[in-house]
Design a protein around this ligand. Structure first.
Ligand code: TYM
Length: 381
């Protein structure tokens, strides 16, 4: 890792470089996604998602076991989540976009945990504000078009009965010194913070606990959440369930090029409620560019698309791999200028944000159909 770069569930600081990611994965004990895993995914799903192709999802824990068992007809379910601390930006959406693809390809249940309790404990936000954000964030997630019969949203404070009964079992196996070592807590942190990771562990075995069968769980998330699941994987087998597996993505850096997009700085990222005008303005004004100082230099020496915010977002949202490769090579040799790259990204983002609207409206009408109901799982597996 570069000297400044640091990753915890609450902070990603410094500039994460390619080499940092493999080092962090290694340090956290995750494996890099290799050719054999990609081959297996392709054999099962018929394609490689662009996030895998471009190495955005780059590491895993026991994904091979999930895939091998799936081939033998053993089911698994997906679990991911969101902490409602502000409006959602494109980075937050990335694991959900990939999760949707996994859900469609494998046709499996998905639990989505909304950790309103976490944000109450870790951020200075009122309960009322968190309540509003919770509903809004859920609608943002559902705007991707998840299917109601297989998608189950768990809001922590609403399902506290079910969750607490399991979280207390988890918490018995986590000492304060583990929490300090993994999350960097000190004696002046509230005891709520120490307990919280037990809540995030629960959906990773909840279906097994409710159904009485051992159903494996696969959790997609970006690297900042890995410490939670490192702890969860140690504890869950002690409760008699399988270790959850995970698939881990890199971070979309902030618009300005370093650190993480932050809900407290609206100019650090592109938010789902930004208008086309705002999207364009943010890109033109703030987006970190891999281009050269002057148009003349860029035509002569070309840009570095790999570190260019506009190119990276364009790549995340464009489905046509040929188009992406064409833009990449033309930008790299200087045929495309930074302003043109930013304009292309702005148009692509605005068109994408527009596509989210119908499913969001539908979800608003059918909101309750997506909410988790423990009874659904008693005989489901
Ligand atoms: P939260 O709300 O901070 O983030 C939601 C999801 O988005 C990922 N993420 C990003 N991915 C790419 N680029 C970024 N710039 C970026 N910023 C955030 C996060 O890794 C996360 O996957 N405690 C969690 C909520 C949670 C959860 C889970 C997340 C509960 N259970 C299970 C993943 C899996 C949180 O506050 O996420």
């Amino acid at each position: 890792m570069t000297e400044k770069a640091e990753v915890t569930p609450w902070e990603v600081s410094g500039d994460l470089q390619e080499t940092d990611y493999s080092r962090i994965a290694n340090q956290f004990g995750a494996k890099l996604i290799d050719e054999s895993i990609l081959k297996e995914i392709k054999e099962i799903t018929g394609e490689i998602h662009p996030f895998l192709h471009y190495g955005i999802f780059f590491a895993h824990r026991d994904l091979d076991i999930i895939l091998q068992n799936y081939r033998k007809g053993q089911p698994f379910y997906l679990y991911t989540g969101r902490g409602p601390s502000g409006n959602m930006h494109l980075g937050h959406l990335l694991p959900f976009m990939f999760t949707k693809w996994l859900q469609e390809k494998f046709n499996v249940d998905l639990l989505i945990q909304i950790t309103d309790d976490e944000k109450y404990l870790f951020r200075d936000i009122s309960e009322q504000e968190i309540g509003k954000l919770t509903r809004n964030n859920i609608l943002d997630i559902l705007s991707l078009g998840f299917k109601p019969d297989k998608t189950h949203i768990i809001v922590d404070t609403e399902q506290s009965g079910i969750l607490y009964n399991q979280a207390v079992r988890v918490s018995r196996h986590i000492t304060a010194s583990t929490a300090k070592a993994v999350f960097g807590f000190t004696d002046s942190d509230s005891i709520g913070k120490y307990f919280f990771t037990s809540m995030q562990a629960v959906p990773a075995f909840l279906i097994s606990a409710l159904s009485g069968k051992n159903v494996r769980c696969l959790i997609p998330y970006a690297i900042d959440q890995d410490p939670h699941f490192k702890v969860a994987r140690d504890v869950i087998p002690k409760l008699g369930y399988e270790k959850p597996s995970s698939i881990i993505s890199k971070f979309i850096p902030s618009l300005k090029g370093s650190g993480k997009m932050s809900s407290s700085d609206m100019n650090s990222g592109i938010y789902l409620n930004d208008t086309p005008k705002e999207v364009r303005k943010k890109l033109m004004k703030y987006a970190f560019s891999g281009g050269r100082e002057t148009a003349e230099q860029q035509r002569k020496y070309g840009a570095n698309p790999d570190i260019d915010f506009a190119f990276n977002i364009y790549r995340m949202l464009e489905h046509d791999r040929k188009k992406i490769e064409d833009i990449y090579s033309r930008y790299k040799v200087g045929e495309i200028l930074s302003g043109e790259m930013k304009q292309l990204a702005a148009d692509t983002i605005s068109a994408f944000l527009e596509t989210l609207k119908p499913a969001r409206e539908l979800a608003e009408k059918n909101f309750s159909e997506f909410m988790f109901n423990a009874d659904d799982f008693r005989d489901r597996y």
